[in-house]
Design a protein around this ligand. Structure first.
Ligand code: SF4
Length: 316
């Protein structure tokens, strides 16, 4: 059976989608740490950062901020060349807020990544409140030559949660950023964290409903991880509450229901995150993203369900 997205996987997955965008070529993202900071750390928006954040936990092992961009891309390519025969690359500016610098600096950094042989696209990870009109104009312009997308850390659709985690922006600001990017035909990805303090399963399912109402192209879900060096991690070390953690089985069931109610054209990029072993405090699921996906797909098959099965735009 082929679903709405044109293949028989039970959700609209990123690897098939991006292969289609690049006319059948295998694409691989190379994470780049370009030395940015973030306005939620330097006092512009706040200090101390989001309570869950230790950026060291997000980046892959080949990605080192003390190397220049060309060296990071070179390392990334060497890392992936061993695994895949023929592959093209997207430079993924991942760590911290990758649009938080003067425009000329941003352009220099992005162009130095794009000038590397084999790099055919750019994904910029940033906050919804860090997108200037000038940057959007620039992205629109380079889109004529490269694939360009922006990934926004939305994290929650509930303002009460955003305040609790010291995020420094509201859900309205996320909506505005998503709409502006879409209006300018720049593909927009959204990053959400499931299991943030104070959120129920119903709240988490509602995130899917709200995101389905917006012109979002890609979605990444992560389970909340308590990591060393973050405020939440420090709090958990002093007040461990294992019963409050999402367990793997619950999370898989949750993701199935979440997908059933999600708009079918939203491309799912991730479902879990894996902080390095040395940083992760809890929950310790010991599972990689691809293993999670295998279990998820088995469960969806058993239930004979798929992304968007119960999605109905009129119900919103
Ligand atoms: S998650 Fe992003 S916005 Fe929040 S403190 Fe970390 S780098 Fe800054």
């Amino acid at each position: 059976m082929s679903y709405y997205w044109g293949h028989n996987r039970r959700f609209n997955d990123f690897s098939n989608h991006i292969r289609k965008v690049f006319n059948g070529s295998k694409m691989q993202k190379i994470s780049i740490h370009a030395g940015f900071t973030c306005p939620n750390r330097d006092g512009t928006k706040g200090v101390g950062g989001c309570t869950f954040c230790n950026n060291e936990s997000f980046k892959p092992s080949y990605c080192q901020s003390d190397l220049n961009i060309a060296e990071q891309i070179n390392r990334g390519i060497k890392f992936f060349e061993r695994r895949y025969d023929s592959v093209k690359y997207i430079a993924y500016f991942q760590a911290y807020t990758n649009s938080y610098a003067p425009l000329e600096t941003l352009i220099d950094l992005y162009e130095s990544a794009l000038s590397y042989d084999g790099v055919e696209g750019l994904i910029i990870g940033t906050r919804p409140d860090c997108l200037s009109d000038q940057l959007i104009d620039y992205l629109k312009d380079i889109q004529k030559r490269y694939y360009v997308a922006v990934e926004l850390g939305v994290e929650s659709t509930l303002d009460v949660t955003l305040e609790r985690i010291n995020r420094g922006h509201s859900f309205d600001e996320s909506k505005q950023a998503i709409n502006i990017l879409a209006k300018n035909n720049i593909p927009v990805g959204v990053h959400m964290i499931m299991g943030l303090p104070g959120e129920s399963f119903d709240d988490m399912l509602k995130h899917g409903e709200y995101i389905s109402k917006l012109p979002v192209n890609y979605l990444k879900l992560h389970q909340l991880q308590y990591v060393k060096g973050s405020k939440l991690g420090n709090y958990y070390l002093e007040n461990p509450q294992p019963d409050s953690l999402l367990n793997l089985d619950q999370y898989i069931d949750f993701v199935v229901t979440f997908l059933e109610n999600l708009r079918p054209d939203i491309v799912m990029e991730r479902f879990t995150s894996q902080a390095p072993h040395s940083l992760l405090i809890a929950p310790k699921w010991g599972i990689k993203n691809f293993e999670f996906v295998r279990i998820l797909e088995n469960r969806m098959e058993k239930k004979d369900t798929w992304q968007g099965k119960y999605y109905s735009p009129v119900s919103f």
